[in-house]
Design a protein around this ligand. Sequence first.
Ligand code: HEC
Length: 121
Amino acid sequence: MKKIWILCLGIALTAVSSCYYDVEEELYLDTACDTLDVTFSAVVQPIIADNCLNCHSSAANFGGVTLEGHNNLKTYVENGKLLGVIRHETGFPPMPQGAPQLVECTIQKIEKWVQEGAPNN
Ligand code: HEC
């Protein structure tokens, strides 16, 4: 009797894990770039800090541009320059200056946050 239970458990586990694996694979393809939980504090602010504040902290203020803090960044959301410079659109100086363009998924996260109204969350 014990053996049968172990066998059943084994089959059940194999079934569960193979289903799980399939689902995980699908999820990976569908959400290769996860923009579901994009907040200013957890996602956007760290991206700006890592890639932009060297030159755009209030102290550095390169080009007269400060992106430190939500209020300052929001100014550049509202005038359209934030997305213009990171997407390398014509008419905008490509940012981050002197470095490769941000990876697509990083840009998508910022775009998502802008679409949501650039909340201070
Ligand atoms: C190595 C320094 C440096 C880095 C890093 C950098 N910038 Fe800049 N940025 C500048 C300079 C210098 C200017 C002004 C000169 C110019 O317009 O080309 C500027 C201008 C800007 C402007 C104003 C553009 C306009 O049309 O008025 C924005 C917005 C901007 N940067 C955003 C960013 C963002 C966002 C990042 C990070 C993804 C970033 N920058 C990273 C140096 C930098």
